[in-house]
Design a protein around this ligand. Sequence first.
Ligand code: SF4
Length: 484
Amino acid sequence: MAFPLNDVLLLLKDEVRGYQVPVVDLIAAQTHDPFKILVATLLSARTKDEVTAAASRRLFARAGTVEALALLTVAELEQLIYPVGFYHNKARFLSQLPAVLQERFGGAVPGDMDSLLTLPGVGRKTANLVLAVAFNKPAICVDTHVHRIMNIWGVVRTETPLQTEMALRQILPEPSWGEVNSILVAFGQGTCTPVRPHCDRCVIATRCPRIGVTPRTVKAAGERSAMPQTTEKKFVSWNVNGVRAAMKNGLLEVLRDLDADIVALQEIKVQPEQLPEQLRSVDGYQVFWNPAKKKGYSGTAILTKTAPLQVWYGLDVPRFDEEGRVLTLEFADFYFINVYAPNAQPELKRLSFKQDFNQALLAHMDRLARTKSLVLCGDLNVAHKEIDLANPKANVKNPGFSPEERAWMDAITAAGYIDTFRKFDPSPERYTWWSYRFNARAKNIGWRIDYFIVDQASGDRVVDAAIHDEVTGSDHCPVSMVFR
Ligand code: SF4
């Protein structure tokens, strides 16, 4: 039976009235100002709505007009809009925008696709949203929610948002084009979420074919802890490059948004007595800290919603363990190892230390994997293949991509351990770490050195693996895995 698209959109239009309004719609309703709508749309790309809303408020307080925006420097813009995703690039585009608007369009935002596409940082998605929201013109803005949900419903079978947009133009009546984005963004944020959608409370559950979807498992009334009773668990790993600095950059908000069952942190750079009050007990989690002996250096931690059966600090090798590099928790049907592997250092000065560490770690993995499933995550400080870094040729002898370090990754994958991210995403330019220098993150000159790895026998238990490169706050971004 064909999916009743028009009926479903009508139903959802009503349903999402009680949901949080997407930030661009909110700004449109509040201001009716094409300039503010354009700026908020630019800020919203790859950024959570709450972050966009706060950044828009700060920016509009200083620059609510084209003329006022022209007076701000790139550095001031960066400061105002941080931490929206790719804020360096966005600040640069915003600083160029006034001159382009004034020179070509008399200082006003143009109301046609071709002109909008000539503005700095404006692509088809942004232009469509501005046309629909600011000018009430027939345009379909296909963002990640619209593209994903239309494919889940089987309305389209497309690879890219542009293909989805072109297909929807044929399928949907023109009067409904403008509201599709608002409805599906609200619905995609509130119910049909990218990971584990709430099919259990979805108003269109009986009509949805759920193509490619793994819904969340719901606890029965009376069940107590989240982890043992659910069949799926979400794990997150993040090198925070100093837990106290990460706190200032929104660590707790990120943890709340990612809502994982287990969170592994690396490079915590903190002693227990230096912990900020909010981290001494994090709501809903039991926390295990494994700091380095040396202050302000290395260290690992795990936050878990379910109490483990056992905890091991280190590898029983004092020279590694005094750096707080490995923390292992045992649960009923799997082991969870959090690793912060040593950096081989310039001129590979610490390579032999790292090789010894890797050898001891592999022995630990093999020992545990004999008895139950093994999940290992963390910053392994190595990009495995050329696809895993932006400049492989320039880095062949450098720490993190030396043949010796890569050989260890070859050895563990040859032994059957699975790099879970590559099970789901074979594409290039997917990185988890960017140098603070040379504007590397904004240019996406990065490395994929943070992993979730499982033993061979547990490959079928992995439901999803992802990189959260929209999350800032450290020079690494979080990675995640869903495990059943
Ligand atoms: S049933 Fe599930 S997959 Fe389908 S629309 Fe609802 S939440 Fe999304």
